[in-house]
Write a protein that binds this ligand. Structure first.
Ligand code: NAD
Length: 321
């Protein structure tokens, strides 16, 4: 797996371990991921960039399937440095696809609902014309397109999945580029003001990370392929203000909300069409938003108290570069 020390990757490691997958290898440069996320897990870690061909070959040599999650995530980050996003998200993906060809591995590539961008039709169907609004979205569209072209040109077994707004434990919150739910939850747990960009009526297809990792694990174990991109979300549509109301109910008090300017490149509404996902993964589980938010709040609350008690020391096995 690439990007295994990040939010989705570390949750995926736990899902794969629960499924008793015998060998899990992670390659991550720890640019946004952390050792703490993998602490105590029996996974082999390669502390290296996906741009390093030798390191990638070493990490994937015995792989049946590569779940490619490593990326410079977030729209604002790509506005700050478009070239860096392109390098990791596009060239990095090409390097993984080349390594997969050499290793004979199946590949799952993480794309994003941001590729739909300015196309306002709902729900988002995979055959709609993409209209990316940010360098990040362009890089994800290029990454999934390269992956699908490798399936056509080189017969590489490929699945390109478009995540929508994934949330849950281990998602980082305390930086300028954090996603909306971790920002809201951390502010709520700490009694800080919740900052909402725009009017808060914008909607998202929020997806609990456990649903995502269960599908990714199933895709890798059954070597699922599809000849086009596949939405990985459940067709729900929730506004940011509704998320705040749910958090108020879970936490048991009113939350302080401040509206600030909208962000450039952000889309107004997002909701997945789920037909292809349901055909490929008929047993996929949708976890309810409120209980998933409650589990997320619980994780952030526990982490706050652990952070106050003991500074975390990494205790994981790290393979040499
Ligand atoms: P994350 O930042 O937590 O994880 C990304 C991981 O990739 C990190 O561990 C980071 O250290 C690693 N990484 C970055 N550059 C690297 C490089 N050059 N070499 C090796 N490792 C590198 O983000 P995430 O939310 O877990 O996202 C995982 C994937 O899902 C990304 O491809 C992202 O674009 C995609 N995605 C996520 C969401 C979401 O809602 N979280 C939505 C759409 C798409």
């Amino acid at each position: 797996m690439t990007g295994g020390a990040g939010f989705i990757g570390a949750n995926l490691c736990q899902t794969l371990l629960a499924l008793k997958v015998p060998e899990i290898v992670v390659i991550d440069d720890f640019s946004t991921g952390t050792f703490e996320n993998l602490e105590g897990l029996p996974v082999e870690i390669h502390d290296a960039s996906i741009l390093d061909r030798v390191a990638v070959d070493k990490a994937v040599t015995r792989a049946d399937s590569i779940i490619h999650l490593a990326a410079r995530p977030s729209v604002p980050r790509s506005l700050a440095d478009p070239l860096a996003s392109n390098e990791v998200n596009v060239s990095g993906t090409l390097k993984i696809l080349e390594a997969a060809r050499r290793a004979g591995a199946h590949v799952v590539v993480a794309s994003s609902s941001s590729v739909y961008g300015g196309n306002r039709r709902l729900p988002k169907r995979e055959d709609m014309l993409p209209r990316p609004l940010s360098p990040y979205a362009v890089s994800k569209l290029a990454a999934e397109s390269y992956a699908l072209s490798y399936a056509t040109c080189f017969d590489l077994p490929v699945l390109a999945v478009r995540f929508f707004n994934v949330f849950g434990p281990m998602q980082s919150a305390g930086h300028a580029y954090a996603a909306v739910i971790p920002r809201f939850v951390e502010a709520a747990v700490n009694g800080h003001k919740i900052q909402v960009h725009g009017d808060g009526q914008q909607t998202r297809d929020f997806t609990y990370v456990r649903s995502v990792t269960e599908i990714l694990a199933d895709a890798a174990l059954r070597r699922i392929v599809h000849n086009g991109p596949v939405n990985l979300a459940f067709g729900t549509r929730t506004s940011l203000l509704t998320v705040i109301s749910l958090l108020e109910r879970i936490i048991g008090r009113r939350l302080d909300v401040e509206h600030v300017a909208s962000r450039p490149g952000d889309v107004r509404d997002s909701q997945a069409d789920t037909k292809i996902l349901r055909t490929l993964f008929p047993a996929a589980t949708l976890y309810g938003l409120e209980s998933a938010l409650a589990a997320t709040v619980q994780w952030y609350t526990n982490r706050q108290s652990v952070d106050r008690e003991v500074p975390a020391e990494p205790s994981v096995q790290i393979a040499s570069r």
